[in-house]
Every structure is written in structure tokens, then in C-alpha cells.
Design a protein around this ligand. Structure first.
Ligand code: HEM
Length: 349
């Protein structure tokens, strides 16, 4: 054993103390509260998505003639295919929900403020990528709703002034949905976007390690008690317990509400009701409220404001130091998102 250890030590010259120092960063006490661990939750779910996604890729075929049948084969015939597919589908839902909750936690605790503005912007890029993975994944099944969802999505992008037509053609690989569209979505879903997410996560986590997480002091913390604890193993245990609970939740959801299949895509028959996945309900409702160009431009503006929010917030706080504008704007934003999502979910048109 010692010979093997020495063999490795000679080739990988990292000593134990260095490793301990790297992993044993003390973290503030508030990380014992679960809502401060919401960043670890999407990270854990992302790993589950990669594993189940690779297993699905063994059978999935990204061509309009074979896609639907290959998903049907996974669901009905491949060993544990229904389970892997259902975990992947529920994992996507939980991951997007966890990213949104994590972003809300960061927002309402003001953890995006100096010096973390850049990490907020990296986070916004992560949010866009995670939503794009959800969109492209939904389209891969090639059932009526996913086909028409992708078609509507592409038509909406056409309303972007100046570059709209170009964007639509890039997305579909032509003027309308064609033989090349599915493989384009598949490459984005299974390779380009996950690689981009990994790249952004490396920067996100590196910045967190360099800056440390924001320090908070809660009223119920005893005076004089230690205000930090060790990342390894204490915080890792908390994250592992959350991971275990998520796996139980995912398995329960996959078993009780497994992923099903709608009718296969028919490019000649537009379904009466077209709905995207729940996380796009808010944008879908917004589009129905205004003309396409107004809706697209206003959404672009809102995303831009979210992106540069740390700087807008800093400007507001310089002018009105006691202002609680960020809290009220945040509450208004969350209520609007929930209301538009429920509205879109409750009506058929
Ligand atoms: C795949 C998506 C994401 C993952 C895996 C992730 C992961 C993490 C982790 C592990 C932390 C450490 C603290 C914690 O757990 O809360 C963190 C902190 C942070 N995240 Fe994320 N994050 C993601 C998306 C986002 C988004 C969408 C935003 C905002 C737009 C964001 C902004 C931040 C900021 C500013 C911090 C520092 C918080 C502090 O100092 O307390 N992240 N993230």
C-alpha cells in the first residue's frame, strides 16, 4: 500500500496538509440553514442530469423519423428506462426551481453587492443557460406539444428587431422546422450548453472560494459562540444529507408521477392548446399580453436590468442610503412572476 501511495506522491506532488488547507475553509454559521445551501442543490441536480442524460443518450435518436419512437422505446422497453427518463425530467424541474430559489436567496440577502457583482452576472448567465437546456430538452421528445413549442419559440425570436430572422434561422437550421432542427437542439442540449454551464460554474465557485460567502449575523446566535465551522467534513455532511433527500424526492416523484408521452409531432396539425414547460409560462403569458415586438423588447429590457442590478442597486443606495427599494422591487418581481405563471397555468389560451 505504502509503495502505491509513494508512487502517486512522486508523480502528483501535493501533500496532505496542502489538501487539508484547500478543503478545510471555515464557513460562516448561517450555512447551517438550508436556504443558504440552495446553491449546492442545483449543483447536485446538475450531476444527476449529466448521469441520467448520458444513459438516455444510449438510446435516443435525434432525427424527426426516429426521435419519438426512441423515447417510446426508452419509456416502455429499455430496462429502467422509464425511471431514468422520469428522474431526468423531474431533475430538470427541480434544478430550475432550485436555481430560482437560490437567486432569490442571494437577492433578498443582498449577497450580490460589492465585491460580488461579477458573480451575480455569472449567475445570470447560468440562469439563461439552465433555461435554454430546459427549452431544448423539451423539444427533443418530438411529440405534438414539444414540436409546436419549439416552432412557437422560434417564431417569437423572429420578432426581435434587426437580428430576429437570423436568430430564427440559426435556431431551426433553416426557415422552418426541418430535418436538421432536432440534431441542432440535441447538440445544444447535450453538449454545448452543459459544457458552458460547467465553464460558468468553475468561475462561479472559484469566485465564491476567493471572496468567501457573505457573512451574516443572526439575532438568535449566542454572543461569544464560534461564528464559523469547518467546510470539511461538517458543511459537506449538510450538503450530502440534502443530496440524499433530493434523491429520495426525485425517486418518489419519478415513481408516482412518471414521465409520459403525448401524441407524436404532426407538422400539419396545430394543436388547439400550445403550452411550454412551466418555467416559460411567465414569458408565454407576457407575450399574450402585448404585441410580439413590445413583449420581446420589454423582456429583453427586464433581463438586462436583472443583469446589471448590483450596479443599479448601488446607485440607489448611494442616493438614498436608507432606501429599501431593492426589497420592494424584489417582492413586486416575485409576485408578478408567480401571478403570471399561475394565470398561464390556469387557462387554456
Ligand atoms: C446552476 C446554477 C447555480 C449553481 C450550481 C450555483 C452555486 C452556488 C453555490 C454552491 C454558492 C455558495 C453559497 C450557497 O450555496 O448559497 C453560490 C453562491 C452565489 N451565487 Fe450561485 N449558483 C447558481 C446560479 C446562480 C444564479 C442564477 C445567481 C444570480 C443571478 C447566483 C449568484 C450567486 C452569488 C452572488 C453567490 C454568492 C452568495 C454569498 O456570498 O452569500 N448563482 N452559488
Amino acid at each position: 500500500m505504502t509503495t502505491i501511495v509513494n508512487w502517486f506522491k512522486e508523480r502528483v506532488p501535493v501533500d496532505g496538509d496542502q489538501l487539508r488547507e484547500m478543503t478545510n475553509e471555515p464557513v460562516p454559521n448561517h450555512l447551517k440553514r438550508w436556504w443558504f445551501c440552495l446553491g449546492g442543490t442545483p449543483a447536485y441536480l446538475f450531476v444527476i442530469q449529466i448521469i441520467t442524460g448520458i444513459l438516455l443518450a444510449f438510446y435516443y435518436e435525434a432525427s424527426p423519423d426516429r426521435a419519438y419512437q426512441s423515447v417510446q422505446f426508452i419509456t416502455d422497453e429499455a430496462a429502467f428506462g422509464w425511471y431514468i427518463r422520469s428522474v431526468h425530467k423531474w431533475g430538470a424541474t427541480l434544478m430550475i426551481a432550485a436555481v430560482i430559489l437560490h437567486q432569490m436567496r442571494v437577492y433578498f440577502t443582498g449577497a450580490y453587492r460589492k465585491p460580488r457583482e461579477l458573480n451575480w452576472m455569472i449567475g445570470m448567465c447560468l440562469l439563461v443557460c439552465v433555461l435554454a437546456v430546459g427549452f431544448t430538452g423539451y423539444s427533443l421528445v418530438y411529440e405534438q406539444l414539444s414540436f409546436w413549442g419549439a416552432t412557437v419559440g422560434a417564431n417569437i425570436s423572429e420578432s426581435v428587431p434587426v437580428v430576429g430572422t437570423f436568430m430564427k434561422e440559426i435556431m431551426l437550421g433553416g426557415e422552418s422546422y426541418n430535418q436538421n432542427t432536432l440534431s441542432r437542439f440535441y447538440v445544444l442540449h447535450a453538449a454545448v450548453l452543459p459544457a458552458l454551464i460547467v465553464f460558468l460554474l468553475v468561475i462561479h465557485i472559484t469566485l465564491i472560494r476567493l471572496q468567501g460567502v457573505t457573512e451574516f449575523k443572526f439575532e438568535d446566535e449566542k454572543e461569544g459562540a464560534p461564528d464559523h465551522f469547518n467546510f470539511f467534513p461538517d458543511h459537506l455532511y449538510t450538503e450530502l444529507i440534502m443530496g440524499l433527500m433530493l434523491m429520495i424526492l426525485l425517486s418518489a416523484l419519478a415513481t408516482v408521477l412518471p414521465a409520459t408521452m403525448g401524441p407524436p409531432a404532426d407538422p400539419l396539425v396545430t394543436p388547439e392548446v400550445i403550452k411550454p414547460e412551466w418555467f416559460f409560462y411567465v414569458t408565454f403569458r407576457w407575450l399574450k399580453l402585448f404585441s410580439a415586438t413590445v413583449a420581446i423588447l420589454s423582456m429583453g429590457f427586464i433581463v438586462f436590468v436583472m443583469f446589471v442590478w448590483p450596479f443599479i442597486d448601488s446607485w440607489i443606495r448611494k442616493r438614498w442610503p436608507a432606501s429599501e427599494a431593492s426589497v420592494w422591487i424584489g417582492i413586486l418581481g416575485v409576485i408578478s412572476i408567480i401571478a403570471l405563471t399561475i394565470w398561464e397555468g390556469a387557462v387554456s389560451h
